[in-house]
Design a binder for this molecule. Structure first.
Ligand code: ZN
Ligand code: ZN
Ligand code: ZN
Ligand code: ZN
Length: 212
């Protein structure tokens, strides 16, 4: 029996303490008609019916870029990409090697690579707040509070209500202590995390890895 790798490698690369209960293998399907509504259960049923025995582990469908796919008016797009979540890596690799059928048409498929995620709690990269046990840090001033709770340092009468546009808070990156927000593209910690992820995505190649 194949020993399936059940944790994506990029997750382990950030911390071996992080794991997920059930592995999900995301795949992008290109050029899907925007008349499809991925948010309803019928979408999964339709995809499964059009691809007999090929999508048995399909659990979720969504637009890859909802903002673009759902634009209305003159800028309305007729086609957009969807992301499907499968739980069987063999099935998803077969799909990536071939194509997906929908309404009598074949659609190119592609492995969905991991994108860089940041934690709303500690502001570090590579995990979500739900997985975080690190101390709370502010992305704007490196203080010991959530970023949404960062407050202007002025007296009450002249205090800014929007901390994002406030110029009184001394910006300090919680990750490198530089004078930028922790999410800044120029932060060396972010640049390093992105480079690490790029390397993993490149090393893993176009298919999901299956240990045998
Ligand atoms: Zn965290
Ligand atoms: Zn703050
Ligand atoms: Zn202010
Ligand atoms: Zn920084």
């Amino acid at each position: 029996m194949d020993l399936l790798r059940n944790t994506p490698s990029w997750l382990a690369a950030f911390s071996d303490k992080l794991s997920i209960r059930k592995a999900i293998y995301p795949v992008i399907i290109h050029c899907i008609s925007t008349t499809l509504d991925p948010s309803v259960p019928e979408a999964i049923a339709e995809l499964k019916a059009d691809n007999p025995d090929a999508l048995t582990s399909l659990t979720r469908v969504m637009w890859a870029n909802p903002r673009k796919a759902l634009t209305t008016g003159s800028e309305k797009k007729n086609h957009s990409s969807i992301i499907m979540h499968l739980t069987n890596p063999i099935e998803v690799n077969n799909l990536i090697r071939h194509f997906c059928v929908l309404r009598g048409e074949t659609h190119p498929t592609e492995k969905s690579h991991c994108s860089l995620i940041s934690c709303h709690r500690c502001t570090n990269w590579g995990h979500t707040a739900a997985q975080c046990s690190a101390p709370i840090m502010c992305a704007q001033c490196a203080g010991k509070h959530l970023t949404v709770n960062c407050n202007c340092t002025e007296p009450e009468a002249t205090r800014c209500t929007d901390h994002y546009s406030c110029s009184h808070i001394v910006t300090c990156c919680s990750q490198c202590k530089g004078d930028h927000r922790a999410s800044s593209q120029e932060c060396p910690v972010r640049i390093k995390a992105q480079a690490k992820l790029d390397e993993i995505n490149l090393r893993d190649g176009p298919l999901f890895l299956i240990n045998v």
